[in-house]
Design a protein around this ligand. Structure first.
Ligand SMILES: NC(=O)c1ccc[n+]([C@@H]2O[C@H](COP(=O)([O-])OP(=O)(O)OC[C@H]3O[C@@H](n4cnc5c(N)ncnc54)[C@H](OP(=O)(O)O)[C@@H]3O)[C@@H](O)[C@H]2O)c1
Length: 432
């Protein structure tokens, strides 16, 4: 007997899902042993869309019709946002229908409570597509390496910012012009802030960290900085230091608590994550027992994300068909424990400090005095030859120092009359 699907949202993800369910139906049926049939599709403008599915499929602009339809077993939420999407998911779970969603924003904010609702109703909620679209990282954390104890997780989780950073690195063009190119190519939205300010990556890291460490955390718990201040010259200096720059998502369990951050960081050029370029995503996980594993693939896109949605649908369909007494929580842990944070200012790392200055006498002496006052040791001073004495970018790298000391020193340095903009600091991450 078939299992039936109601698909709400016919944008990138919805269309990719529909295409795969339609074109790949034979293979899906062979794998499952029964058909997975689309019963209804919904979007605000469904009438004007070209949808490649049989005329028997219900087309509606009203998502409530899909949620309430007694002949639909699984609801796909592929509209995004947090308001209507939440109503759709709660409505479907309340009707004892399992849900598949691609919605990182909502799941990062409300995932644990939606899972409780699913549990109370004896149905499932699956969200493989919500993080790193084409990489089956949920399945890895929930099942593949569930026997390990994750110690560290690093990710490049936003394809747009990775594309922009690696284009700046390659072409030496400035942030604004590379952003404009990314917008033209369709890699960046007209309003790029969710991507370039790190907010999209932050939602994804919140989900992955909850999965990996079982702590009940919210996106706002994560220290986040975007990539707007990264300049081509930063790559030149980073290369001199045998490093490169990536928007690094980091979750590290320590005895004192969990460190979480999304920020542009220097990483060694020979690190596996340094080879992740363009719009690709990657996640590198260190387990206490299984040691290092690495996952790489498309982070977004209609079809890679569609594969994730369809694979979730197949898993949930099997549960419906054969009974599912042992559903694995989407957060891998039966219940999420309290979040025990380790504040970023307490972390001790070497830092890359870039200053843009008007050339004057005594600059290095002033910086050295202030850094020394905050117990920060200088490791190196780098200055590329420049013609414009009114805009000289140069770099100081430090010995490992507490981030609080770095922040305090930079506040003091900000008032120096030789700076043409506030100093820019990035941690130099080690250990990969
Ligand atoms: N794009 C990706 O590669 C990707 C990757 C991973 C995860 N995601 C996530 O997947 C979700 C969908 O993203 P997307 O890129 O597919 O978005 P999208 O292209 O903007 O598509 C959204 C769809 O939802 C429909 N919709 C919006 N509000 C609706 C409502 N109230 N009732 C019925 N339909 C409604 C829209 O209808 P109309 O077309 O009729 O306006 C559109 O078809 C988001 O949560 C996103 O974060 C996306």
């Amino acid at each position: 007997m078939e299992v039936t699907v109601g698909l709400i949202g016919l944008g990138n993800v919805g269309q990719g899902t529909l295409q795969i369910l339609t074109e790949n139906a034979k293979s899906i049926t062979e794998k499952l042993g029964f058909p997975l049939t689309v019963k209804a599709v919904c979007s605000r403008t469904v009438e004007s869309k070209k949808i490649a599915c049989p005329s028997s499929v219900i087309r509606t602009v009203n998502w409530r019709e899909v949620v309430a339809h007694p002949g639909i077993d699984i609801v796909v939420e592929a509209i995004g946002g947090t308001a209507t999407a939440r109503s759709i998911i709660e409505g479907a779970l309340g009707q004892r229908k399992s849900v598949v969603t691609a919605n990182k924003e909502l799941m990062a904010l409300r995932g644990a409570e939606l899972w409780s609702l699913a549990n109370a109703n004896g149905v499932n909620i699956a969200m493989e597509a919500s993080v790193a679209g084409g990489i089956p990282i949920h399945t890895v954390l929930r099942e593949g390496i569930a026997g390990d104890k994750v110690v560290e997780l690093y990710g490049i989780l936003n394809g747009t910012s990775n594309f922009i950073l690696t284009e700046i690195e390659k072409s030496k063009a400035a942030f604004d012009s590379v952003l404009a190119e990314a917008q033209q190519l369709g890699y960046a939205e007209a309003d790029p802030s969710a991507d370039v300010d790190g907010l999209d990556a932050r939602s994804k890291l919140a989900i992955l960290a909850a999965l990996a460490f079982g702590e009940d955390l919210k996106p706002s718990d994560i220290y986040t900085e975007g990539i707007r201040r990264v300049m081509p010259v930063d790559f030149q200096y980073a290369h001199q230091l045998k490093h490169t720059i990536r928007l690094l998502c980091l979750a590290r369990q320590t005895e004192d608590g969990l460190v979480l951050s999304v920020r542009p960081s220097l990483i060694p050029r020979d690190a596996i994550l340094a080879n992740v370029t363009g719009a690709y995503n990657a996640i590198w996980i260190r387990g206490l027992y299984g040691e290092d594993t690495f996952y790489y693939g498309r982070g977004a896109g209609s079809k890679p994300t569609g594969v994730a949605v369809v694979s979730d649908l197949m898993r949930v369909a099997r549960e419906i068909r054969f009974g599912s007494p042992d559903r694995v929580s989407p957060f891998a842990h039966e219940r999420l424990g309290a979040y025990k944070p380790l504040p970023i200012p307490t972390q001790k790392l070497p830092y890359y400090l870039r200053f843009r200055v008007e050339d004057k006498a005594g600059i290095i002496a002033t910086l050295a005095t202030i850094l020394a006052k905050h117990n920060i040791g200088i490791d190196a001073v780098l200055q590329l030859p420049r013609e414009d004495w009114r805009d000289l970018p140069f770099v100081v790298t430090t010995e490992p120092a507490r981030e609080q000391a770095i922040r305090d020193a930079l506040i003091e340095i900000r008032s120096a009359d030789f700076l043409i903009e506030p100093p820019f600091a990035m941690p130099m991450q080690r250990g990969f």
